[in-house]
Write a protein that binds this ligand. Structure first.
Ligand code: HEM
Ligand code: NAG
Ligand code: NAG
Length: 323
């Protein structure tokens, strides 16, 4: 009997360790920083009241952080030599407002809970808060990430999807991050918000190899895009990715795909490829299905490559390693 009891205790201890390893928990800071979520939400709202860009910039920043070195705020590191993650070529639209949102939220959190909350967790919370501010669904954010100790521009190449990707290429890069095709289609719905620079899709309008516009583009939409983005346009010009409801988090992105108004090849291919079309049609007509899939996928995205326990560190300043 005694032996059995001891065995049971050992087994339970083992199970606790198993759970603890590499795992995140809702309410991770309940005992150590009970007001965390309220503080972050308040800073995000203030920042949003100053500029709408807060919303798309923060959401995209979370995605880029997670796909490069895991969700560990490695994207936040500033470097004097220009060789940190954020300095990579692919960062053009990592608008300063996303970084600024996290930096300010962290500063506010440090006043109440110094040295307790990771920048990676603050970014995950802020990404949820901006979706809600744009009229999207809310969800509980799993927490307990630690901040990473590596941030290199060279790690970005090959880890982020390209707007010219086809379905197989998209699925491959998302699968590397434990995300399914269904998750990928749901997360692409983030393109219901925000802006793109002309050079990210101009290949669909002005092909060097043929004189025709990408046939999967609606002709009227193609005309609008050509007007907004003539050849040799100022490279700083950016246009709304969702031409219908650019400031609302909704399923109109999928309705746009059905009507040939997906901005990137990687957007439109989700409809034109028969393997993903049924999901796009479903999300286009059932906002509840889209919202549910988006929440599930955001929580999964938030688990990618996380550091927990005593891995990494809790940064004091999100833009610098503690050293
Ligand atoms: C599926 C593959 C994806 C590709 C190929 C892709 C590509 C891009 C590109 C090229 C831009 C425009 C950048 C610019 O020129 O300024 C952009 C913007 C954006 N992306 Fe994605 N993206 C993908 C998935 C995602 C995911 C999963 C999220 C978040 C969950 C996301 C969120 C955003 C947001 C919010 C913007 C607007 C940024 C702003 O206005 O500042 N994207 N994306
Ligand atoms: C994917 O999931 C497996 C099994 O849970 C885990 O070992 C691996 O680290 C995950 N990969 C990423 C990139 O998070
Ligand atoms: C926001 C940000 O860090 N932008 C940088 C993106 O990368 C270019 C170089 O490729 C830098 O000049 C920008 O400062």
């Amino acid at each position: 009997m005694e032996v059995l009891k001891r065995g049971l205790v050992l087994l339970m201890v083992f199970m606790v360790f198993q759970r603890g390893e590499g795992q995140l928990f809702e309410n991770f800071y309940r005992g150590t920083c009970p007001n965390l979520e309220m503080i972050v939400k308040q800073v995000v709202s203030i920042k949003f009241s100053q500029t709408f860009v807060t919303i798309p910039a923060t959401l995209r920043l979370f995605f880029h952080d997670c796909f490069v070195e895991g969700c560990d705020a490695s994207v936040m590191i500033a470097s004097p030599n220009g060789d940190a993650e954020k300095d990579a070529q692919d960062n053009l639209s990592l608008a300063g407002d996303g970084f600024d949102t996290v930096i300010k939220a962290k500063q506010a959190v440090e006043i109440q809970c110094p040295g307790i909350v990771s920048c990676a967790d603050i970014l995950a919370l802020a990404a949820r808060d901006v979706v809600v501010l744009a009229g999207g669904p809310s969800w509980e954010v799993e927490l307990g990430r630690r901040d990473g100790l590596v941030s290199q521009a060279s790690k970005v190449a090959g880890n982020l999807p390209d707007p010219e990707f086809n379905l197989v290429q998209l699925n491959t890069i998302f699968a590397k991050n434990n995300l399914t095709q269904f998750d990928m289609i749901a997360l692409s719905g983030a393109h219901t918000l925000g802006f793109s620079h002309c050079n990210r899709f101009s290949n669909r309008l002005y092909s060097s190899s043929s004189s025709v516009v990408d046939p999967s583009l609606d002709p009227n939409y193609a005309q609008q895009l050509m007007q907004a983005c003539p050849q040799n346009v100022d490279p700083s010009i950016a246009i709304n990715m969702d031409p219908e409801t650019p400031r609302t988090f909704d399923n109109v992105y999928y309705q746009n795909l059905v009507s040939g108004k997906g901005l990137f090849t990687s957007d439109e291919v989700l409809f034109s490829d028969p393997a993903s079309q049924p999901t796009v049609r479903d999300f286009a007509s059932n906002p509840g299905n889209f919202n549910g899939a988006f929440i599930t996928a955001m929580r999964k995205l938030g688990r990618v490559g996380v550091k927990t326990g005593n891995e990494g560190e809790i940064r004091t300043d999100c833009t610098k390693f503690n050293s």
